[in-house]
Ligand binder design. Sequence first.
Ligand code: MN
Length: 194
Amino acid sequence: MSPGSLDSYRRKRDFARTREPRPRRGARGGWRFVVQQHAARSVHFDFRLEVDGVLVSWAVPKGPSLNPRHKRLAIRTEDHPVAYASFEGVIPKGQYGAGRVIVWDRGTYRNLLADKPRPATMRTALRRGLLEIALSGRKLRGGFALTRIRGAGQGSQWLLVKRNDARAERRRNPVTSDPRSVRSGRTVRELPKP
Ligand code: MN
């Protein structure tokens, strides 16, 4: 699965029935990231990075950590349209991912590998299975690494790890200390049930 294809995203949804965004060519330029908390069959966090006009996505069961000792499993899921970054609400019963979604954090990111002596684009880094990025969000800040440990494409397993920098925090866990949407102030449980 290469970034740039929304076929899998589109195939799973009936856009006459769900209010999730219809795929559309995303605007180039901004490098956005979003972390959505998604209460579906299980509660998890969807970590998404804008790359070449789509949101490259991972499901992170435990959510991101600011502690560099925590290795968070992240499972690659299908690319999403860039407009999905602002989606918050209810996915109806019977639809893929039925449940509740909040925008848990969002902001912009930088590709730290672009500054290296042998620079790599995000697309190249994805292919190689090693991303190094700096996040500027409300809750998540500073460097993170995403390393592929198993598989390829959709379903591949990665580890999301905070870099040991000035933004690392060992005590506070924003998943529990800061559960509210940065968009609406609501917790995922305050949304109506599908
Ligand atoms: Mn999800």
